[in-house]
Design a protein around this ligand. Structure first.
Ligand code: THU
Length: 292
């Protein structure tokens, strides 16, 4: 699909610390398999994070994927390792090794990217790509980049697209956002199997549990799926800053990924100026159906 992130690096060319981190990530993946924590997917994943605390002390924390009878509470290896590190005050991530036992098995999913970036952009990410533990080396900052296009003023769009942008912006007021106070609206244009096209709308819906909240993009995409419109044509979403980094939550990009990776993503700013981006740009080297 999209070109892989980072630079291919042989295991032998990693530092001794990095080699140890990769070994520990394998061990963590083995835990997932051994304790049948990935009983649904049979896809064991392990992560090892080398992190520093405020006093400059560094320590390694492990995580593996832990699945559930219901799918949404499944925790990925990366997020498990993040939780283990931060609860002890190790919030500055230096390097992160990730192993999918089935290699090559893909890169961090959108949710994990979102959680990783919360703790900085310069951690070295070592994604194991084969049984020999060779890796691709990138950084956490590369996982959720900014869109590269220039903002288009609304008046330069076609009359039809201008109407869509106005409809999108008007929808924002229906958001239920008592906790985040971030109203957000999305329109998802999709085709069904007979080639019929429809527009699905969504607004953000906060929940007191925070994690149980739904973002506008996901609501719109899920409505399309429910109606049998599974071929993505375009996702349009209101964003705070269309040229800023990480304009859309990794979770929503991950949902879009399941529809394929081709549909354009329109990022509509506060003044209705629009940047036209893509999933490939916003979620490079994504984890998708063919990673499994
Ligand atoms: N998984 C991870 O642990 N990390 C990722 O970045 C992608 C996916 C897990 C979640 C689930 O248990 C299984 O792999 C299949 O998606």
């Amino acid at each position: 699909m999209s070109k892989p992130l980072g630079i291919f690096t042989e295991f032998n060319d990693l530092s001794a610390t990095e080699q140890e981190l990769v070994r520990l990530a394998w061990k963590a993946a083995e835990s997932s398999a051994l304790h049948q924590l990935c009983f649904q997917s049979k896809f064991p994943v392990g992560a090892a994070i080398l992190a520093a605390n405020d006093t400059g002390c560094a320590k390694v924390f492990l995580g593996c994927n832990v699945e559930n009878d219901f799918f949404p509470p499944a925790i990925c290896a990366e997020r498990g390792a993040v939780m283990a590190a931060v609860v002890e005050g190790y919030t500055r991530f230096l390097s992160i090794a990730v192993v999918c036992q089935k290699v090559p098995g893909g890169s961090p999913c959108g949710l994990c990217r979102q959680v990783l970036r919360q703790f900085g952009l310069d951690a070295v990410l070592l994604s194991v790509v084969d049984q020999e533990s060779n890796v691709r080396r990138s950084t956490s900052g590369e996982l959720l980049p900014a869109a590269s296009g220039a903002p288009l003023s609304c008046s330069t769009l076609s009359p039809c697209d201008q109407r869509m942008v106005r409809r999108l912006v008007a929808l924002k007021s229906r958001s239920h956002v008592p906790y985040s106070r971030k109203p957000r609206a999305a329109l998802f244009i999709a085709d069904n199997a007979r080639g019929k096209q429809a527009v699905f709308s969504g607004v953000s819906d906060d929940n007191a549990s925070f994690g149980g909240s739904a973002l506008a993009e996901s609501v719109a995409m899920r409505a399309a799926r429910t109606a049998g419109y599974s071929k993505a044509v375009r996702l349009m979403v209101t964003v705070e800053d269309p040229v800023g980094i990480n304009p859309i939550a990794g979770e929503c990009l991950q949902v879009l990924r399941e529809f394929g990776a081709e549909a354009p993503v329109w990022l509509v700013g506060q003044d209705s100026s629009t940047v036209i981006s893509s999933l490939e740009e916003l979620l490079p080297d994504s984890f998708g159906p063919e990673s499994l």
